[in-house]
Design a protein around this ligand. Structure first.
Ligand SMILES: Nc1ncnc2c1ncn2[C@@H]1O[C@H](COP(=O)(O)OP(=O)(O)OP(=O)(O)O)[C@@H](O)[C@H]1O
Length: 452
């Protein structure tokens, strides 16, 4: 059993559930209850019932609850309520691992805080520093940031500091506390007050005391709504055991079968993401890629196309595995099995959100058996097989082989074009990897996760 597995096997004791059922009962003030109502939130979710009374009672909170269960509201509401009581600029900071998630959290703060005249700034990589510096100079109430770019501003933007900060949130906290963000996080923690409230939230939480101590919580209370790492009840999960060389053919076959659904396909590398998007497009699917080596404008454009349903299939790396809330996602396909079993929970959590149902299908090749067993161990479930008819799948072989050839050629052409304007592109690519920026500085020194 490796370190990760050991950590995961620790039992979590559920807390007794609160009987209170309205936001008002939990201590949320009227103006924010009305904001929840406007968003269609009729009653608090389980994690909100657990976490809100603790947070509103000024306690530091570690919140652990399944994907799509309303954790954002659970940390945003107490901060907004405190802000209402004592208005102040640069009041709260939310750290998140990816840029897309930062924008999404900002939208939720803005929606809940609309009646308060709330000002929010999103500070993430891949976007002009000067525009962001200007936004910071206006002293927003809440800053939502990826760690790398926030450090850049703390170090270079004149007049900007977080010395008066009252609230720190680490969303996807286990990811923020892992070694990829170590250097950035340490720098941030050094320049914000120790006297503050700290919230850690995720669907998978680190159990390592050392890591949790880095967040310097004060007598934190755990708000947990599950007794172990759980996937959502309405999520129907399957696996598909196939030979490596027929993975593409099976993907096309499954997507044919699922025509009419919105599908997220997770792949392990940026290259494979792009390759699959071209391959599927060649075969007539509306598929778009999303990965960390794309310029930020393209990343957002891909995501928006998928959100607007003008593309039915989003092929993504783990840059899209955490937090993204796209309610209409019907199916998640793990084309490449996740190497970290916790990522499985986050990936499949992109569907079956907020009480809806969804499907997840994980491709398992002859080389993935051990990783797959770890996933089953983590979620304490044996998954059923996704039924396929081999002969029917193999009929697609010739067309898929031709599409593979076209995708290869197109990627070669793109690479050659890129070489032409490498200098300008390099800047964008470099800027585009905040997911692993801490690691980037230590390349060669440590084993790194795959670029997402
Ligand atoms: N009380 C509520 N009632 C109904 N819907 C809610 C409530 N609270 C949040 N939601 C909605 O549920 C969806 C999921 O919420 P959110 O993105 O906060 O989930 P999460 O727990 O952070 O998920 P993940 O672990 O994937 O990040 C959002 O669309 C949000 O608007």
């Amino acid at each position: 059993m490796d370190e990760q597995e050991e950590e995961e096997s620790t039992a979590i004791r559920p807390k007794p559930k609160s009987e209170k059922t309205t936001f008002h009962d939990l201590g949320v003030v009227d103006v924010l209850c009305e904001a929840c109502e406007r968003l269609g939130w009729k009653e608090p979710t389980a994690i909100q019932k657990e976490a809100l009374p603790l947070a509103l009672n000024n306690q530091d909170v570690i919140g652990l609850a399944e994907t799509g269960s309303g954790k954002t509201g659970a940390f945003a509401l107490p901060i907004l309520q405190a802000l209402l009581e004592k208005p102040q600029r640069l009041f709260g900071l939310v750290l998140t691992p990816t840029r897309e998630l930062a924008f999404q959290i900002a939208e939720q703060f803005e929606a809940l805080g609309a009646c308060l005249g709330l000002k929010v700034a999103v500070i993430v990589g891949g976007i002009d520093m000067v525009t962001q510096a200007l936004a910071l100079s206006k002293k927003p109430h809440i800053v939502i940031a990826t760690p790398g770019r926030l450090v850049d501003h703390l170090e270079t933007t004149k007049g900007f500091n977080l010395r008066s900060l009252k609230y720190l949130v680490m969303d996807e906290a286990d990811r923020i506390l892992d070694m990829d963000f170590e250097q950035e996080l340490d720098k941030i923690l050094k320049v914000i007050p120790r006297e503050r409230h700290t919230y850690l939230f995720s669907a998978t939480m680190t159990r390592k005391v050392q890591k949790l101590q880095r967040a310097s919580l004060k007598n934190p209370v755990q708000a947990e709504v599950s007794s172990k790492y759980q996937t959502v009840a309405k999520l129907h999960q399957f696996y598909l055991f196939i030979p490596l060389k027929f993975k593409d053919v099976y993907l096309v076959s499954v997507l044919n079968e699922l025509a009419g659904n919105s599908v997220m396909v997770f792949s392990g590398t940026c290259n494979n993401t792009l390759r699959l998007a071209i391959l599927l497009r060649t075969l007539g699917f509306t598929a778009i890629p999303l990965h960390g080596q794309m310029p930020q404008a393209k990343r957002l454009a891909s995501l928006n196309k998928f959100k607007a349903k003008s593309s039915a299939i989003l092929i993504a790396t783990d840059v899209a595995s955490r937090g993204l809330d796209i309610p209409h996602v019907d199916v998640v396909i793990n084309f490449d099995i996740p190497t970290h079993s916790k990522d499985y929970i986050h990936r499949v959590g992109r569907t079956a959100r907020a009480g809806r149902s969804g499907k997840a299908i994980t491709f398992v090749t002859q080389y993935d058996v051990e990783l797959y067993q770890r996933i089953e161990h983590l979620i304490s479930m044996k998954l059923p097989l996704w039924e396929t008819q081999e002969e029917e799948v193999m009929v697609l072989c010739d067309r898929v082989t031709e599409a593979q050839r076209i995708a290869k050629l197109e990627i070669k052409e793109k690479d050659e074009k890129k070489k032409g304007n490498k200098r300008s592109k390099l800047k964008d690519d470099e800027d585009d990897t905040e997911e692993a920026s801490g690691v980037r500085k230590r390349i060669g020194k440590m084993k790194r996760r795959k670029t997402t």
